[in-house]
Every structure is written in structure tokens, then in C-alpha cells.
Design a protein around this ligand. Structure first.
Ligand code: FNR
Length: 341
């Protein structure tokens, strides 16, 4: 199967796949504060990630490019929505454009539509330093995401079968690149053990990329005859993964995986993230309701966060890290077993 066809398939299957929703966010209860001593106009949504200043603590996470005109159109629309709302945006894996120069415009359209915005490049952990530099230069990236996607590769018949040396390649890229490097999972969650290894490199941020949202095992299993169903419920719920990661790293922590609501963003920030990435649910709004509605939705998220932060007496994202919460159910159990509570 061609790479371009696979990219289009992924979009189609991601939109139709049923998500488990088991992110763990429902098991986090925020303790209400009746005397917050704040006002809406005192709240700032600014957040810092790897030394970059984000005007909102959420961003459009990596999805596409390299699938011809269709992915080019999606990227252009996402870039305009990001520009209209001032949020950061990642492109999908740029390996296809490194292997085939004709695909470059499907990524570069993002910089064309949003010349001054914060844009993250994206590459897999199989990339060399030269490929990482090429990806960053291709779109004048402000940061580069390196994705970890062992489960998706194993689920695909044509996927990689060796994952040796990934940490060393990541470390080298982070040492050589002049922009911040962010390592992200793609829906199966960063564990404490993985975060500890990453913490020793000079990357600037770790995106927990947890379980409960878009599920690339399920997407692949829907596409293939030989199904590897054992990977469908594999993964660390997003809320648990944020806490696993934050417990051991000095890097900025990002949250993603199944973030659909503004309250999911808020809970991610309370758990220690500096910002949250949203992929599948923004793609769904764009394709089903259009670009204008996506812009509306992003603006609602921004307004909602200001309301909720006001209610909690938090004037900044950093203040949210000190909000008291009660954790119940499976998330409580996970944290107890892992010694994280
Ligand atoms: C993705 N994702 C992704 N991630 C990445 O690092 N490089 C990529 O090329 C892609 N491609 C891609 C395509 C499509 C159609 C989707 C929906 C997603 C993964 C994405 O960035 C994110 O990690 C997961 O989707 C989990 O977040 P959501 O979708 O639950 O918000």
C-alpha cells in the first residue's frame, strides 16, 4: 500500500473509530473553592513549553500531510484556525516529504497560511539528525516533535519491527537541533521508566500521549485482515501517563490522548502539564462541521479555561499545578500500585 493512501485511510478510520474514552480524567474531581479572590480579566492563558511562549495552553496536535491534495487542504484549514485563534499547531510526520520532495507542499502550506504562528514539525524516532534538520527547515519549525509509535508499527503488516537505538537517535537530534525537541507518544502513554530515560537527554518537553483517545491499534485492526486485537486495550490512560511522566522529569510535560473538552485541558494542566495537544476531536469538528466551527470551538475552549481558572482562583497555568483534587476509581488504583500518590 502506498504511503499516501495509508495517510488518507488513517484520517478516515480515525474519524469512524469508536474511542474507549478511558483517559482517567473522569476519575479526577476538582475541589471547588468558594472564595477564589480572582476576576476573569486577571487570568492569563499563556504557557511556556521548551522556552516557547504559547498564548493558550492547548494546541492542535500532529495529524497529517503527505497524502496529496486532501491532506494539504486539511493542513491549510488547521493552520488558518490556529492563526485565527493564536494557538500552536503541529504537522503530521514529515518522513513522506523527506522521501518524496513532491509531498513537501502538503506540509509547507501550514507556514504559508500561518507565517508567524508557532508551528511544530514532526518526525519518527527512526530519523537521522540530517532528516530531523530537513524536517525542521522544511516548515521553519519553532520546535520539532519526535513521535514514538511502537504499537502502531507492530500493528501494521508493513510497519517497523526493530526499535533499537531510538533513545540514542533522539538524544543526538536534541543535541544538534537549534530548536526545542519534544518527544511524544501517540496514544499509548509515556511511562515513568520511559520518561526517566528521556529525562537524561537534552529534549525540552515530553508529551505523555496517553490512552483513551485516537487508538492506532484499533485503526490498524479495522484495516487489516490479520488483526492484533491484544493491542486494542494496551496503553497507559492519559491522566495516569501525565502523572507518571511528571513524577520523574524536569522537562516540560505536555498532555494528549483523548482530550475532547475544555475540562480535559484544565485537568491536564492541574496534573502538571504545561499544555495539552488535541488531534482527533479537532479533526472531527473540521471535517464534519467545517473550519468556522473549529475556530468557534477553539475560542470556546479559551473562554471556558478562563472561567474555570477564575472559579479556582488561578491567574496562571502555573497556579493550576497547585489545585487540590480528589482521585477515585481506576486512576486512584493505578497511582497506588505505582507509588505515585
Ligand atoms: C495522528 N497522530 C500522529 N502523531 C504523530 O506524531 N505523527 C503523525 O503523523 C500522526 N498522524 C496522525 C493522523 C491522524 C489522522 C490522527 C487522528 C492522529 C497522533 C496524534 O498526534 C495524537 O498523538 C493521537 O491521535 C492521540 O490524540 P487524540 O487524537 O486522542 O487527541
Amino acid at each position: 500500500m502506498s504511503r499516501a493512501k495509508r495517510k488518507l485511510d488513517h484520517i478516515q478510520y480515525a474519524l469512524s473509530d469508536r474511542q474507549s474514552g478511558m483517559t482517567g480524567f473522569d476519575e479526577l474531581m476538582i475541589v471547588h473553592q468558594s472564595l477564589p479572590d480572582t476576576a476573569v480579566d486577571e487570568v492569563s492563558l499563556h504557557s511556556e513549553v521548551g522556552g516557547l511562549l504559547l498564548s493558550s495552553p492547548f494546541f492542535i496536535n500532529a495529524m497529517t500531510g503527505g497524502g496529496g491534495e486532501k491532506t494539504s487542504e486539511i493542513n491549510a484549514a488547521l493552520a488558518r484556525a490556529a492563526k485565527d485563534t493564536g494557538i500552536a499547531l503541529s504537522v503530521g510526520s514529515q518522513m513522506s516529504a523527506i522521501k518524496d520532495r513532491q509531498e513537501r507542499h502538503t506540509y509547507q502550506v501550514v507556514r504559508k497560511e500561518n507565517p508567524d504562528g508557532l508551528i511544530f514539525g514532526n518526525i519518527g524516532s527512526e530519523a537521522t539528525v540530517a532528516q530531523a534538520v530537513e524536517a525542521a527547515e522544511m516548515i521553519e519549525a519553532d520546535a520539532l516533535q519526535i513521535h514514538l509509535n511502537v504499537i502502531q508499527e507492530l500493528a501494521m503488516p508493513e510497519g517497523d519491527r526493530s526499535f533499537n537505538g531510538a533513545l540514542e537517535r533522539i538524544a543526538r537530534i536534541a543535541d544538534e537541533l537549534p530548536i526545542p525537541v519534544i518527544v511524544k507518544e501517540t496514544g499509548f502513554g509515556i511511562s515513568r521508566e520511559a520518561a526517566q530515560k528521556l529525562d537524561k537527554t537534552s529534549i525540552r518537553a515530553i508529551d505523555a500521549g496517553g490512552y483513551g483517545g485516537t487508538n492506532f491499534s484499533s485503526i490498524e485492526n479495522n484495516r487489516q485482515e490479520r488483526k492484533k486485537l491484544f493491542f486494542n486495550d494496551w496503553g497507559i490512560p492519559t491522566a495516569a501517563s501525565i502523572l507518571e511522566t511528571a513524577s520523574v522529569t524536569s522537562k516540560d510535560v505536555l498532555a494528549s490522548g483523548g482530550i475532547h473538552k475544555s475540562s480535559d485541558v484544565l485537568k491536564s494542566l492541574i496534573l502538571g502539564a504545561s499544555a495539552a495537544g488535541i488531534a482527533g476531536s479537532f479533526l472531527r469538528i473540521l471535517t464534519e462541521q467545517g473550519e468556522k466551527q473549529l475556530v468557534e470551538e477553539i475560542k470556546y475552549f479559551q473562554e471556558d479555561l478562563i472561567m474555570m481558572m477564575t472559579a479556582l482562583g488561578c491567574k496562571s497555568v502555573a497556579d493550576l499545578h497547585r489545585v487540590p483534587v480528589v482521585i477515585k476509581g481506576d486512576l486512584y488504583h493505578w497511582l497506588s500500585v505505582r507509588g505515585l500518590n
